[in-house]
Design a protein around this ligand. Structure first.
Ligand code: PMP
Length: 353
């Protein structure tokens, strides 16, 4: 039976990427496994260079002063590195959920943080708009897609200071003017690859402006100088990410996948809106195309619904423990057919109820 994987991350990856990754673990370079060769070997250096170049190419950022890095430590380490490298006096943060809060908490260790706006009092079910960003701050930080609450920034403010964005859960899913950002980071384990590496895309001009000494492992400049190989990089996650970016390019790049992502989102949200048994969590205008959050209005139907999901091969639909309900994560590699299968179960439940 086909399993429809709606997991929020780590999550579904294209079958062909999984297949090639598995093969490389056995034989990548003349009988040697990808994970037993030197990261300094030509074969792996090529992988790293390809992955870095593809990331910039897909984002339309080649030749524009940006560098792509594949670092370890998860997106959570970027909460720290961003502040280490960029925060001198004060920074502005948009608080749209759990991950923004964590980013703010880490940055506060370094200096004062100003929350330009927050949707916390409404349970983070919308994206604040119309806030001011002081032009004398070091940077502005936002989270493009709130994985847990299912909200997504549909537009970004015009910002005179460097804009830093956590794009962990919607990177490579929609066309954006990526050159609006000074720094973008994203944990691999949603739209890019397995857990273990984080993509950082940074404009070199914004670096080297803080007075503190930065330990080498936390210093973007050191990582850039070393070609993202300051120390042993997470070779397997970088390789899988490279394959996944190649897969995306073949499909027509971000613009190609964006159309599919819109179809999937329209399908699930129209079911949520039409089916009286379900209720969406996020306000309509800010709904995420990646993570659709919803609840089942009648608790008595929970068991029946969950049995039906299981029978249909639908997995990973539980909402985050802090929100409850359900969350359908529809990352790039999830097919429209999987969303159709879920919608079919939802409408079947309505017929039965
Ligand atoms: N930011 C966002 C938007 C996320 O969804 C996540 C993880 N789900 C993180 C940051 C943290 O990522 P990591 O576990 O790689 O540190």
């Amino acid at each position: 039976m086909k399993i429809h994987n709606f997991s929020a991350g780590p999550c579904v990856l294209p079958q062909e990427v999984l297949q090639k990754s598995a093969e490389a673990v056995i034989d990548f370079d003349n009988g040697l496994s990808l994970i037993e060769i030197s990261h300094r070997s030509k074969a792996f250096v090529d992988v790293m260079e390809n992955a870095r170049a593809l990331a910039l190419e897909l984002m339309g950022l080649e030749g524009k002063g940006y560098k792509a890095l594949f670092l370890a430590g998860g997106a959570s380490l970027q909460f720290v590195m961003v502040a280490q490298n960029l925060l001198e006096k004060r920074a502005g943060y948009l608080n749209t959920g759990t991950w923004s809060k964590k980013a703010i908490k880490e940055a506060k260790i370094y200096d004062d943080i100003y929350e330009v706006a927050s949707s916390e009092s409404a349970g983070f079910n919308y994206i604040p708009k119309g806030y001011d960003i002081p032009s004398d701050y070091d940077y502005f930080h936002c989270t493009s897609n709130n994985t847990i609450f299912g909200t997504q920034m549909k537009s970004f403010p015009d910002c005179e200071i460097p804009m830093v964005c956590d794009m962990s859960s919607d990177i490579f899913s929609r066309t954006l003017d990526f050159s609006k950002f000074g720094l973008i980071y994203a944990g691999a384990q949603k739209n890019m690859g397995p857990a273990g590496t984080t993509l950082v895309v940074v404009h070199e001009d914004i670096l080297g402006k803080v007075s503190r000494k930065i330990p080498a492992m936390l210093d973007y400049k050191e990582h850039i100088k070393a070609g993202s190989m300051y120390n042993t990089p997470p070779v397997f996650p970088v390789y899988v990410s490279m394959l996944n970016l190649q897969w995306l390019k073949k499909l027509g790049g971000i613009a190609g996948i964006e159309k599919e992502n819109e179809k999937k989102a329209q399908l699930i949200y129209s079911e949520i809106d039409l089916n009286p048994l379900f209720k969406g969590y996020a306000v309509k205008e800010d709904r995420s195309n990646m993570n659709a959050t919803f609840t089942l209005e009648n608790e008595n139907l929970k068991e029946t619904f969950e049995t039906m999901l299981k029978e249909a091969g639908i997995s990973g639909l539980s909402g985050h423990r802090s929100v409850g309900g359900y969350r359908a994560s529809m990352y790039n590699a999830l097919s429209l057919d999987s969303v159709k299968a879920l919608v079919e179960v939802m409408s079947e439940l309505e017929r039965k109820a």
